[in-house]
Design a protein around this ligand. Sequence first.
Ligand SMILES: [Zn+2]
Length: 185
Amino acid sequence: MDVLQLDVSGRPQAWITAKEAAVIYACDGVAWTLGEAFHVLRGGIQRATGRQSRIEVHPIIAVRGAIPTRAWRQSPALSNPKLFARDRYLCAYCGHRHVFDDLTREHIVPTSRGGRDTWMNCITACRGCNGRKGNRLPEEAHMSLLYLPYVPSLHEDMILRGRRILADQMEFLLASVPRSSRLHG
Ligand SMILES: [Zn+2]
């Protein structure tokens, strides 16, 4: 399970491993935490007390002095895993759910006709529908979109990037995801 790292103001910064989090705890870098500790790491014997050191890792940690990332001023990077997750693995043309390997990044306005490789011009399509649409606009191909593209918020991006997300983390992130997001679906 990964730990959600925030800056002190509570903005998500990254997913880190429990070991990486332990280093931050050990350096006294954790300002505050959220959620029940889900992992205990045992370290060496402390010379002063003769006891084994023990670090409880929480699912969400706010890190002292963390530098606000520039990500907050730009939209999240586009990737196929995140695009397919945004679109719930559903083809925008036939509406069927497909496995990852049968899905493609479909450019609504084809790149050969000036369409851009952005969240707003990309949608999830199965290989069959993508091939059928080819180099045409949806209206030229008489294929209408069953849902619309959108740019994920940065909280939503953290969800799309997460591997296995704990309930506490999901609750925290979803609270800041706009109601219009498909993740609320
Ligand atoms: Zn399809």
